[in-house]
Design a protein around this ligand. Structure first.
Ligand code: NAD
Length: 443
């Protein structure tokens, strides 16, 4: 991986460990929460493992394993992507489902958290094989997914086409009713929402802009003139890179899986040229009039803002001391480990966490679900306005909670963490706790 392994090895990067550590830090702020309720908020409600026999293009049969985890349904039906990847495991899917619970609670969406995946290597599968895996998986999940129970979406190596197959399979099994809200991230022609593709990158920029305006970074109260480095030039990184200069920021460096480019003389990159070069060459590396750098170099660049928007586990105990940005904005899910959080906090570097910074995607997924239920399609401006209002509101609540942490807490000493991530999680968990208390435990 680009950022190497931390000195302690791969255990530091394990999603389940990261999520557990983050939860433990936040739950220390929740007074008088009995252990049974802590477990209820922490552990998945339901895990499903399915063996999927699939006939391959050459006629032989292969068995794949699929998972769907519903982490929590206090606030509404489960919501979370389905990923196809060789490293998909029940542990990973469970950890990602927990992140979805917190993200939805933080942004106040009427959803619980869920996640799914099939252990497979999509690069070795034809489109027809992927379609058969999807159909078999969805058919075998049966009524464990549904418009009001658990609603999938795209994730790593699944896309709008995969979601069209999810819908089609479910619709064939449940004829005679409006099944469009069973899945989001669908193609526009099939009930997808305008603005969904760029929602996560846009949400990153909105959360960042709002947090700066609230003074989280002394001396920088807006994006105008901010110098930004972005890791990843995919759906999230590319959109953020396009929107930031519109607000006066300078994108000085950007990378993909093969490496990165840094503008000569500390200037801004010409993003049209970066996009054209990526389209021609398959990578940003080698763009004329830029300096080629590694992903490790990018993470250590002197700049105001660093946006990891590629993979998890990029900033860890082994490289956090070298980060020179003043604020890290987590476009990707869990790019900063708890060990790195501690190092960064000690160094005065803030982290705008994933459950806030990349919540734009699930927010517009929610809008897609509502539009499908209403048999309606909202204009793009309407979606942008609603997204901005919701991200601003969540950012305001996180910053208020962060400012409300007692000043004499030993910062990230293992006792009581007082960083923005913990503030976001406490905000989410407090909402869940309130709802448990209001609903009561069944029966
Ligand atoms: P993507 O596949 O469109 O793009 C990923 C980018 O990361 C590509 O540019 C790729 O070249 C780059 N990359 C891959 N390996 C890398 C490496 N080792 N070092 C540096 N760059 C590398 O993915 P995306 O949709 O942009 O998602 C990026 C991250 O954001 C993921 O962690 C994803 O889970 C998270 N996320 C995405 C969404 C969404 O709606 N797309 C929502 C929430 C979170």
């Amino acid at each position: 991986m680009a950022a190497g392994l931390p000195p302690g090895g791969a255990w530091e990067l394990a999603p389940v460990r990261i999520v557990r550590a983050q939860f433990a830090r936040a739950s220390r702020h929740l007074d008088h929460l009995e252990p049974g309720l802590v477990d209820y908020l922490r552990l998945p409600l339901r895990t499903i493992t399915i063996n999927l026999p699939v006939e391959m293009d050459d006629g032989h049969v292969e068995n794949f394993v699929g998972y769907r985890v519903l982490h929590n349904s206090l606030l509404g039906p489960g919501k979370g992507g389905i990923r196809f990847h060789p490293e998909v495991s029940l542990e990973e899917v469970s950890a990602l489902a927990a992140l979805m619970t917190w993200k939805c609670a933080l942004v106040r969406l009427p959803f619980g958290g869920a996640k799914g995946g099939v252990t497979c290597d999509p690069k070795q599968l034809s489109r027809r094989e992927q379609r058969r895996i999807t159909r078999r998986f969805i058919a075998d999940l049966g009524d464990n997914i549904g418009p009001y129970t658990d609603i999938p979406a795209p994730d790593m190596y699944t896309d709008a086409q995969t979601m069209a197959w999810v819908y089609d399979t479910y619709d064939n099994m449940h004829p005679g009713t409006n099944n469009l809200p069973v899945v989001t991230g669908k193609p526009l022609e099939l009930g997808g929402s305008k603005g969904r593709n760029e929602a996560t990158g846009r949400g990153v920029v909105l959360a960042l802009e709002r947090a700066l305006s609230l003074g989280v970074l002394p001396g920088l109260d807006g994006l105008d003139g901010a110098r930004v480095a972005i890791q990843g030039f995919g759906e999230v990184g590319r959109v953020a890179a396009r929107l930031l200069p519109e607000r006066g920021a300078q994108v000085i460096a950007i990378s993909d899986s093969r490496g990165g480019v840094l503008a000569e003389d500390g200037d801004s990159l010409d993003l049209d040229a970066v996009t054209a070069h990526k389209a021609d060459m398959g990578t940003v590396v080698g763009l004329p009039e830029t300096r080629s750098i590694t992903n490790d170099d990018l993470l250590a660049l002197p700049c105001d803002l660093l946006i990891p928007a590629a993979l998890g586990g990029q900033i860890h105990a082994g490289n956090a001391a070298g980060v020179q940005a003043r604020l890290i904005v987590e476009g990707a899910n869990r790019p900063v480990t708890p060990e790195a959080d501690d190092i960064l906090t000690r160094r005065g570097i803030q982290v705008l966490p994933d459950i806030l910074a990349n919540a734009g995607g699930v927010t517009v997924s929610y809008y897609e679900w509502v539009q499908n239920i209403e048999h309606h399609s909202w204009p793009l401006d309407d979606i942008h306005g609603r997204l901005r209002a919701r991200i601003n509101d969540a950012t305001d609540r996180v910053v208020a909670r962060w400012r409300g942490f007692p000043a004499d807490c030993p910062e990230s000493s293992g006792e009581l963490c007082t960083d923005l991530r913990t503030a976001s999680l406490v905000e989410a968990l407090q909402r869940l706790r309130l709802v448990v208390e209001q609903r009561g435990i069944w029966p």
